[in-house]
Every structure is written in C-alpha cells, then in structure tokens.
Design a protein around this ligand. Structure first.
Ligand code: NAD
Ligand code: USQ
Length: 480
C-alpha cells in the first residue's frame, strides 16, 4: 500500500495549486523534487528529502569522544553521565521533533549512546502548510555538530523513513540498540483531519512505521525494549476514572483484567490505538518487551540541554494545526491575540512540561519491561480544562503587563466540551518522576519566551482552519 502526503501548499494563504506528490517510500518520491522546488524548499530539507530516493542513508558522526576531549570542553562540567548507563544504546525514532530532540540531548547528556532516526518529514509538513516554529531551528546536522562541540558527545544520525523496512533494518543492524524510543509519527490531530489523503497518510505512517519497528526488534534485537509514545487521547473522555492501560471488570459473575476501552477522537488518535493493539499482540506472540507511554499534552520548550546554545533550541509550534493548547495560548497572549478557547472550554486533558517528558522516557528506559510484558504508563503530571488554562495564562500575563482576552471559537472538533475526567498517573511517579508543575513562574518563563520571539509570529496561522465535520475525500488545497 502506498502511503502519501499531499503537498498542496498552505491551506490558509497559498494559492491553489495542482502540485501533488506522493511520498511512497525512500525510492519513489519522483514528483517530490518538483514540488519542493516549486515551493522554494530550504536547501537542507530539499537535500534530505532527495535522499529518500536513494538507498538507505546512514549518516554517522565520529565515535564517542575520549575523556580528554570532554575535559577540554568548557561545558564538560554539565555532563551528567552515569558510568553504569554509558554502554546503553538508545535509538530515538523521531529525534528531530519536539519531544524527540529534547530527549535525544537529555539521554546523550546522561551518558547513553544515542542514535537519531528521522526522515525529517515534519520539517516538510511545515513547508507544505506554510508554517514555521516560533523558534528558529537549525538543521539536524548542525544541531548534532553543535551538541558535539558543546558537550563532547556524539549522536549518530540515520536519515530515513521507518515505513521503509530496508532502511530501518540497516539502521538496526548498524546501531544495534538496547532500547528504542519511538516518537516518529505524524502527531497532529488536526493534520489527520484535513482531508482523506492526510487521514490515510497519518494512519499508514504511524501504524506501518510501528509495525516495522516491531518486526525490526523481532528480527535483529530480540532483547531490545520498545518505549513507544502513545497518547492519553486513546482513552477519550469516559464517565469513569481512567486507569493506566488496564481495567479489572466483573461481568456476569466472572472477573478479568482487560485493556482499558479506547475511544479516540481523530484519525491521528485512532492510529495510536491501533499501534497499542499491535504492540500488545507482539508482546504476547513474540515475547517483545514494550512500554506504551500514554502521554498528555506537552508544553514548554526549554530543557537543560537545549538551553546550552541557540543552535540546540527546540521547535515550538503555535499554529492551528501543530500548536497545542497551552503553548498556543502563551504565544497568543504574547502577540495580543485573544486566547482561542474551542466551544465551552470544559475539555479536560492531562498536561506535562517537556522537562518531564525527557525524565519519563529516561525512567522507562532505566526500568525496562520484562520480555513479553506490555506495560502502559499514563504520562502527564496535572489535569486542566481549556478554561483553566485560559485563566492561568490571563493571570500570568497580567503580572507581566499583558492585557489578555479570551474568545470562544466555534469548536472545529467533535469532542465533549463538559465532561468528567479523572485519569490515574502514578506509575511514573513510583519510578521516581519528579514533576515540574505548572506554576506562575513557569508560565512567566514560557510567556517571556514567546515574547522574545513574537516578531516571528504569523498571526494568520493562529485561528483553527481544520474542521472535523467538513473533512472530505477531495484534496484540500485552499482555506475554508
Ligand atoms: P513532532 O512532529 O515534533 O516529531 C515527530 C518526528 O518524527 C518528526 O521529526 C518527524 O520528522 C518524525 N517522523 C514522522 N514520521 C516518520 C517516519 N515515518 N520515519 C521517520 N521519522 C518520522 O512530534 P512531537 O510533538 O515530538 O511528538 C512525538 C511523539 O509524541 C508522537 O508520537 C506524538 O504522538 C507523541 N505525543 C506528543 C505530544 C505533544 O504534545 N507534542 C503529546 C502526546 C504524545
Ligand atoms: N484547544 C482549544 N483551543 C486551542 C487549541 C486546543 O480549546 O487553541 C482544545 C482542543 O479542542 C482539545 C484540547 O484543547 O480539547 C487539547 O488540544 P491540543 O491541540 O492541545 O491537543 P491534541 O489535539 O489532543 O493533541 C496533542 C498532541 C498529540 C497528543 C495529544 C495528547 O498534538 O500528539 O497525542 O496532545 S492528548 O490530548 O492527551 O491526547
């Protein structure tokens, strides 16, 4: 089955175009070149995407630096390596993305041997849709070189698509990971609801990519622990407490512990449900060891490592397709745009600071699942409704002199706007997670960060443009 993404240009502002290309696998992105050239794709992305037409591309930096190299480095004092974990090899799929980049640096700083696997498709989506991170981000190659010059640590880089099993096999055989952290998916619910082609792309990319990772573990690294990023959205908003992965049910006098019911509410969230089922099945059938991290909505941008140099800066999305609630609200407050509460604003979700994302992943790796075990952790630290977030940002904004307004936007999604929500999240705390809770000072710092980059904000990207109900089979090429 071919998987593809439409390259129709910006759904908001670009003119209608007939350009369309398929991203099938690494070898057949023939019209990709012309599409990228037409839209003046930055050279780095263009070159990276061209690589998809070639045989698996494996970029490797030099070996881990010697202690002498680390000593010479002015920042080597910040290296927090733990000798017992130094030999641990961790492959980070999706390591050029928001959660993946922060995690790659964090684990490298902690002494893990890290390899990033990424096809850079996220940079391409931005280009196609005319979006840009609030923060300027440099190429993955520059990021890795900068990290080496600062921390003296090598991160290996494998550029390619995990839906291409030949590429993934080469990466596995060459790096031989002990843990794989899988962030490498199309992760935006609105993106998956733009049109049929984006829905198909999302489910193909995510489900087949994960299936390939499972096969690669079975074939090449049977002992390897899979740490897979799932989502709290798999559970939906049931009218009972949400457990961590499993629920014990007594029915007609018999009792069993079963996977917690899933009620996802976008084609993206549904792809995660299917991933979870495939992983659970292969744990049972092949003895794979896996941890599904059902993560809530992530906010913030700074981690200890990304702060070390501007070229290590993480991406920060604020647009209506990839931007998530709290990050969007901080940027909206910074530029004087009213906070966009969808519908009644009672939608409640779990949230966590990106510094806790990296901690949780580290804890999951350091305490692996047993062979055959399919573990599920709910990865968030606090619950908020959208109205709660709007109030918090309004108050924090006032303290730094911002006049923050809120508007109720007709909800572009189909979701409960007032509902019960109480999700358990104790397993990562039991493993040692020390949460960074959303305090005034933290909100101040995210707001000030947004203010620092406010000249880069494209106000036309703030309002939502993707409607769950209006999704159609027809390729979406223009704004609604
Ligand atoms: P992101 O879009 O910033 O990063 C994803 C990365 O994966 C990108 O660099 C992209 O190029 C890469 N990728 C996608 N498909 C690939 C493929 N087929 N082969 C190789 N690389 C591929 O997303 P993120 O915000 O960092 O999210 C990472 C993971 O965490 C996702 O699985 C997402 O579902 C999950 N998650 C994110 C959040 C959040 O708030 N950001 C919350 C819960 C769960
Ligand atoms: N929302 C608003 N206004 C906005 C943006 C969002 O009211 O301007 C509302 C949405 O309607 C939704 C809630 O805020 O009810 C969360 O939306 P979001 O865009 O912050 O997050 P979501 O689409 O759920 O997706 C994000 C990530 C995804 C991850 C998910 C975790 O993009 O990868 O899986 O958070 S969770 O929400 O727990 O499923």
């Amino acid at each position: 089955m071919a998987h593809f993404a439409s390259a129709y240009c910006n759904i908001n502002t670009y003119p209608v175009t007939k350009n369309f290309f398929r991203i099938t696998d690494s070898y057949s992105a023939i019209s990709l070149n012309s599409a990228l050239q037409t839209h003046r794709c930055p050279k780095k992305i263009f070159e990276s995407c061209k690589l998809r037409q070639q045989k698996p591309s494996i970029f490797r930096a030099t070996a881990t630096p010697t202690s002498k190299e680390i000593e010479k480095n002015p920042l080597s004092g910040s290296f927090q390596g733990d000798p017992s974990s130094k030999s641990k090899k961790v492959m980070i799929i999706g390591g050029d993305g928001y959660c993946g980049w922060a995690t790659a640096l964090h684990l490298s700083n902690k002494g893990y041997e890290v390899a990033i696997v990424d096809n850079l498709v996220r940079r391409l989506f931005d280009h196609q849709l005319g979006l840009e991170s609030l923060t300027p981000i440099t190429s993955i190659q520059n990021r890795i070189q900068r990290w080496k010059s600062i921390a003296g640590r090598t991160i290996q880089l494998y550029i390619g698509d995990i839906c291409d099993f030949e590429f993934l096999s080469e990466a596995f055989k060459s790096f031989d990971p002990e843990s794989v952290v899988h962030f490498g998916e199309q992760r935006s619910a609105p993106f998956s609801m733009i049109d049929r082609s984006r829905a198909v792309y999302t489910q193909h990319n995510n489900v087949i990519g994960t299936l390939n990772v499972l096969f690669a573990i079975k074939e090449f690294s049977e002992e390897c622990h899979l740490v897979k990023l799932g989502t709290m959205g798999e559970y939906g908003t049931p009218n009972i407490d949400i457990e961590e992965g499993y629920i014990t049910i007594t029915h007609n006098g018999r009792t069993d512990t079963l996977p917690y019911p899933k009620q996802a509410s976008s084609f993206y969230h549904l792809s995660k449900v299917h991933d979870s089922h495939n992983i659970a099945f292969t744990c049972k059938a092949w003895g794979i060891r896996a941890t599904d991290l059902n993560q809530g909505v992530v906010y913030g941008v700074r981690t200890d490592e990304t702060e070390m140099h501007e070229e290590l800066c993480n991406r920060f999305d604020y647009d209506g397709v990839f931007g998530t609630a709290l990050n969007r609200f901080c940027v909206q407050a910074a530029v004087g745009h009213p906070l966009t509460v969808y519908g009644k604003g009672g939608q409640t979700r779990g949230y966590l600071d990106i510094r806790d994302t990296v901690q949780c992943v580290e804890l999951a790796i350091a305490n692996p699942a047993k062979p055959g075990e399919f573990r599920v952790f709910n990865q968030f630290t606090e619950q908020f409704s959208v109205n709660d977030l709007a109030k918090l940002v309004t108050n924090a904004g006032k303290k730094i002199g911002l006049d923050v307004q809120t508007i109720s936007v007709p909800n572009p999604r189909v979701e409960a706007e007032e509902h019960y929500y109480n999700a358990k999240h104790t397993k990562l705390i039991e493993l040692g997670l020390q949460p960074h809770l959303l305090s005034d000072s933290l909100l101040d710092s995210v707001l000030n960060f947004a203010i620092k980059f406010k000249d880069r904000v494209d106000a036309a990207q703030i309002m939502p443009t993707v409607s769950w109900k209006k999704i159609g089979a027809k390729p979406r090429t223009v704004s609604v």
